[in-house]
Design a protein around this ligand. Structure first.
Ligand code: HEM
Length: 551
């Protein structure tokens, strides 16, 4: 990608276009230039399409709003595109496909793959326009396979799959338990306990299995299985209010199966997304079977836990809520929902299942990238550690204070999610017509904000390849930029429909990194970029190996 960008900017110079120009302002020169330079890698037809788009753009510089049909596109037939996607296994490289297509077609393009049709955008100004146009009840992409599974098995749906008033009602109640400041205060100590236990376990393991002199041993390993366990233990602690003992020497098989089920469910979703429900059940039969059985496992795992929570609550109700309040006993998100009784048991089950399914890989995977980036950028690591150590000492054991005093921790998470957004796109269906890049987008069109290409674009971020937590305005001493402002940090989505697990995820990941940096020095053997693959969420193709050296 670096090559493509640097060639593109060399071209800018040759065309005499101001270097500060943003993509939106320089399209005609850029298109012609890129075509001439042959930097568009997809062969002759792609180059012809690019030239066509450039022609259309030139004709339309008279200021008139252009029609939807004039938006550059990747081919008219959704079915031909779908075959290409299957053949070239593009589902797994969707993020790079988008990046390449933006380079070829400019900052907005249409794509139809099977039944799945979208307008794709990547500039913060356009993304801002899209989000600002949200109606009262914005909709996100319908995850057809998930919905189909629920319908065939008659499971009720939680916030992930709902829209409109139905969604809003559930969501407001969930927000109280997971997003509001009071809720964060309740669950933060639970996350801190899990993060610090994890580090204790890792220190013991490094001492046992590592090399080097006693007390300063180091261990090189693939931490990903432990990170999944950490994320599941943390989720269960917050959601069910109880630990499940995944750091013991014999973690339960049931939990390992849950982790596999979530992975399988995520990996089988993308190819199924592009088929209509009837074809989904026929053409995608083997995939569908795997997908459905993964979901069944996720449901039964949640069902068993919810049952336990219900029993626990009944017995604690017998003790009386006053006694519970006196002991400060927090019963987790599930306990709070059951106790308040504002959602039906069916809806509690649906939402708890979604929180569980959405809460493990989404945090475990960015933590892999975080350890890798800190490991390959030792100076950045040292700067973050210095802030963490100082803040930890001052906070006197209060984890929230310690995080607040170390803003580079938050900057690290933002930086990881800029380069490796868990979801590579965020979708909206505008409720009324909007104009983007001077093209009219009819209400109801699915528009995708493409986070991966945006996060790596030199038009949006200064020196985008550089891992720099300080760019997010994390500390006055670091000399601040304003890059954090204005629709650039969108990994959790935006507005009323943003990620409901955001506060859990942010705190969980920051606390994890805080304890790791207090205990270990991190390094990696190669500073080569990690190859990534898209299985609904963005992951490393091969998990990076990290060396943990005890401090
Ligand atoms: C780094 C971690 C995470 C990232 C980057 C992430 C990202 C996202 C994004 C982009 C959305 C869509 C937002 C929008 O359309 O504006 C979303 C929705 C959602 N996320 Fe997360 N997420 C993360 C962690 C979690 C966790 C830990 C949970 C559960 C505990 C969770 C549960 C959900 C749910 C249930 C929704 C649907 C919300 C709704 O539609 O109202 N996520 N997430």
């Amino acid at each position: 990608m670096r090559g493509v960008f640097s060639q593109a900017s060399a071209c800018f110079g040759a065309q005499g276009t101001p270097a500060s120009g943003h993509l939106c302002g320089v399209s005609p020169q850029r298109f012609l230039c890129m075509t001439a330079a042959g930097t568009v890698a997809d062969g002759k037809s792609e180059r012809r399409k690019v030239a066509d788009s450039a022609g259309v753009r030139k004709r339309d510089l008279d200021g008139q709003v252009r029609s939807f049909e004039q938006i550059p596109h990747t081919g008219r037939s959704g079915w031909v595109n779908l075959v290409k996607f299957w053949r070239e296994d593009r589902f797994r490289t969707l993020h790079r496909h988008m990046e390449k297509t933006f380079m070829a077609l400019g900052p907005i393009y249409r794509e139809q793959v099977g039944t799945h049709s979208s307008v794709n955008i990547m500039l913060p100004s356009d993304i801002g326009e899209l989000f600002r146009s949200e109606g009262l009840h914005p909709r996100r992409m319908t995850l057809q396979p998930w919905a189909t599974h629920r319908e065939t098995r008659q499971h009720s749906k939680g916030v992930f799959l709902k829209n409109g008033e139905e969604w809003r009602a559930d969501r407001l109640l969930l927000n109280k338990e997971v997003m509001m400041t009071a809720a964060v205060k309740r669950f933060l100590p639970l996350l801190d306990e899990v993060a610090s236990d994890f580090c204790r376990m890792l220190r013991a393991r490094v001492e046992r299995e590592g090399r080097g002199e006693e007390g300063r041993r180091s261990l090189t390993m693939d931490p990903s299985p432990d990170l999944f366990r950490f994320a599941l233990e943390a989720s269960c602690h917050v959601i069910y209010g109880e630990r499940i003992g995944l750091f013991s020497s014999t973690p339960s098989m049931e939990s390992q199966k849950f982790i596999w089920a979530v992975e399988r469910m995520l990996a089988t979703t993308p190819p199924l997304l592009y088929l209509p429900p009837r074809l989904l059940l026929r053409l995608g039969a083997p995939l569908w079977t795997q997908h459905a059985s993964a979901w069944d496992h996720i449901f039964s795992h949640a069902e068993a836990r919810i049952q336990r929570g219900y029993q626990r609550l009944s017995s604690s109700q017998r003790k009386g809520s006053e006694a519970r309040a006196a002991t400060g006993q927090y019963t987790g998100v599930l306990g709070q929902l059951l106790e308040k009784g504002q959602l039906s048991l069916d809806l509690i089950k649906a939402n708890i299942t979604e929180l569980m399914a959405g809460g493990v890989d989404t945090t475990a995977v960015p933590l892999q990238f975080a350890l890798f980036e800190l490991g390959r950028n030792p100076e950045v690591q040292e700067r973050v550690r210095q802030q963490v150590v100082a803040s930890w000492t001052q906070a006197g054991g209060d984890p929230q204070k310690a995080m607040q005093g170390a803003p580079l921790l938050k900057g690290t998470i933002k930086e990881v999610l800029r380069l490796y957004p868990v979801g590579t796109t965020v979708q909206r269906y505008p409720v009324k017509d909007i104009v983007l890049q001077n093209y009219r987008i009819p209400a109801g069109t699915m528009v995708q904000a493409c986070l991966y290409p945006m996060g790596r674009s030199a038009e949006v971020f200064e020196d985008p390849r550089c891992f720099n937590p300080g760019r997010w305005g994390s500390s006055r001493e670091e000399g601040q930029s304003t890059e954090g402002a204005g629709f650039r940090s969108l990994a959790f989505g935006f507005g009323a429909r943003q990620c409901v697990g955001r506060r859990i995820a942010e705190n969980e990941m920051q606390l994890f990194l805080m304890h790791i940096l207090l205990s270990f020095h991190l390094s990696v053997s190669s500073s080569e970029d990690i190859k990534t693959t898209c299985t609904l969420i963005l992951q490393p193709e091969t998990p990076p190996r990290i060396t943990f050296r005890k401090l």
